[in-house]
Design a protein. Structure first.
Lengths: 492, 316, 218
């Protein structure tokens, strides 16, 4: 039963591979995604009851705790939404002869495999296996990024696979160093790469070795997270992929990679005690990401790329929160991961609707979205407010808690800088993108009306989710987030 | 006794063996090309014949052209005295003789290059400028390599370095020595005008380097130049053979004369072995364009440098 | 025992230097094959020692896997890919070779200084191992960014993987076998995917020169 969450996406991939009928394909994929969502919700309830969860078989590999279950749920929810959205999106593209019927099957098979690899990342406690899974996420999504197989898509796919594979190789070096230093403490047991084992023995390991290992892991997984200056693949991949895939990439792939950093961070920080070593690195790189993203957003001409840069910004915010490492900051960071996942995937899905209608990614060529696409256009606009950190949306709550934590932890300069940069992002994003919503619709072939009805429904659901969670959060979920924060902070 | 014997033995072995090395390499190359090739001793016959012939000297040349062969040969011969063929006999020793040997070789090269320029022929000038470029490129790696073996052995005397090698077993198996061995091998190839840096068997004006400078020489002077070049090659081979593959440890504890003869026998085997490998390399590579020589020099320097890093990493 | 491992690790480092000085794609592939073969020898040696001491054959299995995957299969795959794509003879490197080699020397120094502050390593020779393997990784990275052709970049990636593998093998006597096999599956799948992408680049751009991939910027 425990393995249902891992097996279901794989099963989905297999079933899609065997199905020939196009309509059946949509149904199968949506159904399996729904089952997967149910399974991971079931896991969440069990975790809320028991705290941590492992399986009698493969105890050294399979492991769930509040942190992993939060990430798992994010994956499941976004995946479910994306599979519903894809039905309308792909049918519409098929109608326009952008893709062929056979490509839909490939799309579903690859997407399910991609989700499977991400699930593997969050359900294992063996850091080596986790690395293998993160590398596999890249490999599974390369052809999704290059799905359209034109010049731009191939270029994006090539950059994506090269930069991410190489970057991630450095993370493996970091993990090797971790393993090596744990072998020096306790040679013998098979569980030397297990996260729990490493956390328990963190204090006996060698500080200088762990510092080096952390740098490598930060560089490695940081490439995958898209932290500046290792972000170059991210805007290309996000803008060239089909919109549902952009939502998956931005919403959950970045989180899975961040999850890898968090796991190692917990070990290293426990060893270093109160030292600010990792904190400085993470805060610095976080602020750099936010600032660089602000500049790129300002000069952006392509709205999907703009959203991609906004993802970089938010990953920077999460890194900043992790760098502060106070309970409130860590809580904020984890909460922000979830909020960003929902908000950004909603935005990418909405931008997909815009793209279907206008067949253009240029900001300059689009006008009057609110008139042409009344529902998803409005959602898009509200989502932009949400992503910029305006209340009442949930991102405001998490950003606020990180901000407050910065001042509480006596980092007034970093905190002040953080606020300035966030404001800068808001200031650059608004003029860049607001122009597409207003004005008159261009004359000619574009007629008002939604194209992708399931997709629009999904967008509205996500919009409701991010609005509600900004205002109200059930106690159980809050406890879950708090215990995830406690786990990151080494069980305190 | 040892000191007295050293100089005649050293000179005799060096002078007699040097042309043989060339003969062996030529023979191996010929066999690989399915030719019969000249006899192994051909160079000796050539020298004998040339000694009997008169010399022709260009009218436009100055005294440098006439003096160069003698300076070249003596400088190299003096340098050869610092590179003992066997550690059983103790040479006379000067502080820093390793550096002295390197600069004696540089002096010889300097005069050869001058002589090439002196006649005013285009080929000579081209050869000189190329030779100086190649040697300038390889000097860093030669010096760095020698300094590292010197540092390890704690001496700048080649004899002491060889002694140290004898005591530490087959040194080439140690990473540091292995790296320096490779670096020096590249230097050997370049300094002795072998493929892939220079082709000793060609007289094609576009490619020749070493031969271009000797074009104007004839008779006795040519003998001195050729023999000097062969000696220089043997100096490098001796360096490789005695520092990196020391065999004198196997011959200890016998009578004096037996030891010397055995030691020289091993030495002979090593020299022939290195000559064979050099020939094989020459067969299997093509000559590099002159502008690609820096690549080779950079590699050689990188090897020497790596050896340096390794030494300091392990040295701690 | 340490002598041979040290020598092998240095030979692998040397092979990456020679790679940095190589000029043709066919020679890249050959040098990579040679490097992987040295890796096989190293794994075989360590595996044999481990087998005699503790009787476990994990490293020997890994050794066979490297032999099949990295010495035989991947170079073949790359050669086939190379034979099928359009190829124009042109300079493949951004920096000239002496400079590249000197930069590689600098990278060795860099890894030396990054390992140097770690005190109290169990064996002194461990430092050499780590320096050598991290240097191989860095040189692989440098090779990758200094070449223009797609296949050169793939080779760079593979050299990085080799370096990682040496680091694991020499410092920790390789990772647990499950992880190692996972890594190999990833590498193999990665190279296949990159090979397919090379074809697609060749189709779309009529060249495998990465310099042409400049449509997406900013």
């Amino acid at each position: 039963m425990e393995f249902a969450v891992i097996i279901l996406p794989l099963l989905g991939a297999l079933l899609c591979l065997l199905t020939r009928n196009r309509r059946l394909l949509h149904v199968v994929n949506g159904f399996v995604a729904g089952l997967f969502l149910l399974a991971s919700l079931y896991m969440t309830f069990r975790i809320i009851d028991t705290g941590t969860l492992t399986s009698p078989v493969l105890a050294s590999l399979f492991y769930l705790d509040p942190l992993s279950v939060i990430t798992l749920d994010t994956i499941a929810i976004v995946n479910f939404m994306v599979s519903l959205y894809s039905v309308g999106y792909l049918e519409e593209e098929l109608k326009h002869h952008i893709i062929t019927g056979g490509m839909i099957r490939i799309f579903y098979v690859l997407t399910s495999t991609f989700v499977f690899t991400m699930v593997l990342v969050v359900t294992t406690q063996n850091l080596g296996v986790m690395w293998v899974a993160i590398e596999a996420t890249t490999l599974a999504s390369v052809f999704l990024v290059g799905f359209y197989n034109n010049k731009h898509a191939v270029e994006a796919a090539w950059k994506y696979v090269m930069i991410c594979s190489v970057g991630i190789a450095f993370a493996l070096l970091g993990i090797i160093l971790l393993y090596f230093s744990s072998l020096q403490v306790l040679p013998g047991p098979e569980s030397n790469l297990n996260w729990n084992f490493l956390l328990e023995n963190a204090r006996q390991m060698q500080g200088s070795m762990l510092k080096l290992a952390f740098i490598f892991v930060l560089v490695g997984f940081g490439t995958k997270v898209g932290l500046v200056p290792l972000h170059t693949w991210l805007p290309d991949a996000h803008s060239q992929a089909p919109s549902p895939i952009s939502a998956l990439l931005s919403g959950v792939l970045l989180n899975s990679a961040m999850y890898g950093i968090i796991r190692v961070l917990a070990i290293v920080n426990k060893n270093l005690g109160g030292s600010l070593y990792t904190g400085r690195l993470l805060m610095g790189i976080g602020l750099l990401s936010i600032g660089a993203a602000a500049l790129f957003i300002y000069s952006q001409k392509d709205y999907k790329r703009l959203l991609a840069y906004s993802s970089i910004e938010h990953m920077g915010i999460i890194a900043f929160g992790l760098g502060l490492f106070t309970p409130a900051a860590v809580f904020g960071a984890v909460f922000h991961m979830v909020n960003h996942a929902f908000t950004k995937s909603m935005l990418f899905l909405a931008s997909g609707n815009v793209y279907l209608k206008y067949q253009s990614r240029e900001i300059a060529g689009i006008k009057g979205v609110l008139k042409i696409l009344p529902t998803s256009g409005t959602a898009f606009l509200l989502g932009l407010f949400a992503i910029a950190g305006l209340p009442p949306f949930s991102i405001f709550a998490s950003e606020l808690s990180i901000m407050a934590a910065a001042f509480e932890a006596r980092h007034p300069f970093a905190g002040g800088f953080f606020i300035i940069l966030i404001a800068l992002v808001f200031a650059t994003m608004a003029p860049a993108l607001l122009q597409i919503f207003f004005g008159d619709a261009p004359q000619g072939s574009i007629r008002p009306g939604e194209l992708n009805f399931t997709g629009t429904a999904v967008i509205v659901i996500l919009l409701v989710m991010i609005s509600v969670s900004g205002l109200y959060m059930p106690v159980e979920i809050k406890t879950l987030f708090e215990s995830a924060g406690a786990i990151i902070r080494g069980g305190e | 006794m040892q000191n007295v014997l050293y100089i005649p033995v050293q000179l005799a072995v060096m002078l007699l063996l040097a042309p043989l090395v060339n003969g062996i390499i030529k023979k191996i190359k010929a066999v690989s090309q399915k030719r019969k090739g000249p006899p192994v001793l051909q160079l000796y016959y050539d020298f004998y014949k040339l000694m009997k012939k008169g010399t022709v000297v260009s009218e436009t040349s100055s005294w440098i052209f006439r003096a160069a062969p003698y300076i070249y040969f003596t400088a190299i011969l003096t340098a050869a005295l610092f590179v003992p063929v066997t550690t059983v006999l103790a040479p006379f020793s000067v502080t820093g003789d390793m550096i002295l040997a390197v600069y004696l070789l540089a002096l010889a090269r300097f005069f050869m290059a001058l002589a090439g320029l002196d006649t005013g022929s285009t080929f000579g000038g081209m050869g000189s400028s190329r030779e100086m470029m190649i040697s300038a490129l390889l000097e860093p790696s030669l010096l760095v390599s020698l300094f590292i073996v010197g540092l390890i052995a704690g001496s700048t005397s080649l004899y002491e370095i060889m002694k140290f090698s004898v005591l530490s077993g087959i040194t080439i198996l140690q990473p540091v020595y292995f790296l320096i061995f490779l670096a020096l091998w590249i230097v050997l190839i370049a300094e002795t005008a072998r493929i892939p840096v220079d082709d000793p068997s060609t007289h094609l004006e576009l490619t020749m380097v070493h031969e271009a400078m000797l074009l104007e020489y004839s008779g006795r002077q040519l003998v001195l130049m050729e023999l000097g070049a062969a000696l220089k090659q043997l100096i490098f081979i001796t360096l490789l053979a005695n520092v990196f593959i020391p065999t004198d440890i196997f011959v200890q504890g016998r009578g004096f004369l037996v030891t010397v003869i055995l030691s020289l026998g091993f030495y002979f085997v090593k020299v022939v072995g290195i000559a064979c490998v050099t020939a094989v390399i020459e067969i299997n590579t093509v000559k590099l364009r002159l502008f690609s020589v820096p690549n080779l020099a950079a590699l050689s320097f990188a090897f020497a440098f790596l050896g340096f890093v390794q030494y300091f990493v392990i040295g701690r | 025992m340490n002598h041979y491992l040290e020598l092998l690790s240095i030979l692998i480092l040397l092979s990456s230097f020679i790679l940095a000085a190589a000029k043709r794609i066919i020679s890249y592939i050959w040098i990579f094959r040679l490097q992987s073969f040295l890796l096989v020898i190293m794994a075989g040696y360590l595996g044999a020692v481990n087998f005699r001491k503790e009787g476990d054959i994990d490293i020997l299995i890994i050794c066979m896997v490297i032999l099949v995957v990295k010495v035989i299969y991947i170079p073949r795959l790359l050669e086939n890919t190379f034979a099928k794509v359009a190829y124009k003879v042109e300079k493949d490197f951004f920096l000239n070779i002496p400079i590249s080699v000197l930069i590689c020397c600098g990278l060795v120094m860099l890894s030396y200084f990054s390992i140097f502050p770690i005190d109290d390593l169990r064996e002194g020779v461990m430092k050499t191992y780590l320096v050598n393997s991290i240097s191989v990784i860095l040189i692989g990275l440098f090779f990758m960014i200094s070449r223009k052709k797609a296949i050169g970049q793939i080779i760079g990636f593979l050299v990085i993987e080799n370096g990682l593998f040496i680091a694991a093998l020499l410092s920790a006597h390789s990772m647990p076998i499950l992880v190692d096999l996972g890594i190999f599956v990833d590498v193999l799948a990665g190279v296949m995917i990159m090979g397919v992408l090379v074809f697609r680049i060749n189709e779309n751009f009529e060249s495998i020169n990465i310099n042409k991939l400049r449509n997406l910027r900013g």
